[in-house]
Design a protein around this ligand. Sequence first.
Ligand code: SDX
Length: 394
Amino acid sequence: STGTVTLDPGFTNTASCESEITYIDGDAGILRYRGYPIEQLAANCSFLEVAYLLIYGELPDPESLALFTRRIKRHTLLHEDFKSFFTSFPAGGHPMSILQSGIAGMATYYDHTLDPQDPAQLDLATTLLMSKVPTMIAYIAKRATGLPLLYPDASRSYTEDFIRMTFGLPYQMQEIDPTIVNALDKLFILHADHEQNCSTSTVRLVGSSQANVYAAVSSGVGALSGPLHGGANEAVLAMLGQIRDSGVSVQEYVSQVKDKKNSVKLMGFGHRVYKNFDPRAQVVKGLADDILERLGGDNQLFDIAQELADTALSDDYFVERKLYPNVDFYTGIMYSAMGFPSQMFTPLFALGRLPGWIAQYRELVADPAQKIGRPRQVYTGHDERQWVPRIERT
Ligand code: SDX
């Protein structure tokens, strides 16, 4: 109405930016899912328990959790045709591209669960996503190695069976190290939701057109794949490896970052919201200490990471810009110690974030006042001008 509209570049106009799901205080380093502090949930809950909390709004009683778990366990198989789907991609294709395609493709297999306005359909789609995405990620990991796929085993816990399908082989006893199961389950909890981050805002924007949940979640996978977002965990390990292999000292690397040489960034550092510390990074660092001690793993990379963090945290350049380790800084080292190849790090982030994306989509489509997201812009192009015949153009 004033004629000149100045928008915050992050303004997406996805209408409903009110949410009851996750609370973040970026200055105080507070993160709560449905009011519960992340530290308490990570210490005391299973990932499925937290997924239930995010999706349905309350921590489940034992019977509700058992039913939720049983429903998920009933649907972990993928349609057999999915196997040819995965092998149709080039062997070196990035797992996030295949995962994004696979989740979008679920809409063609489960076209009886596409209507977000039908509670029964939306609930079944919720279960199918929670059930099948771990199987899908495990199959994608096996596709990359050319090793045989394993069918889901309903007798195992959610995270344990994901690890078994990812690493297990048909002819071997599959005793899964409980250390890895426990640590990965906690990492999934720490990634489960994070308010209106880039990928969740994408899920909401796609969902605001009443697109089905598979289309919305697969769009979130696409947004998450970027190195400034979920792709950072893979980029951190590449950065640490580059420092180790180049022989460049940590101090020299930090100087390159400060000099902004070739737009080098300290991957795993900084955050749009946390301007003091990322509470998740603190929990992950504690887990990393434990995992590396128990499993071994590339302590040299962990030492470089520690030195990088110590150097940056005492350097005015980073302190003035409020740059601290974020959730991605230590997770790659942990995933690597667990045996995951670096291209699988961001799919692991996606699996953790899955219940958050589903919860945010459900909240959006349940809001009767929700309108389609329609970002606006400030036009900075030409004023009106007239067409000229081609012959007159110079
Ligand atoms: C996630 O939003 C979420 O919640 C995301 C997430 C989630 O759970 O969903 O928390 C997950 O995405 C975590 C972030 C993972 N990404 C990275 O680790 C990539 C490296 N970090 C950055 O690129 C950056 O810090 C962002 C993208 C995370 C945040 O960018 P901001 O807040 O928009 O900061 P900016 O780009 O405006 O930079 C401000 C200043 C600039 O310097 P000056 O121009 O003032 O001189 O800080 C500098 C930047 O150059 N800067 C960095 C830096 N991040 C910002 N300098 C070196 N290394 C960095 N990592």
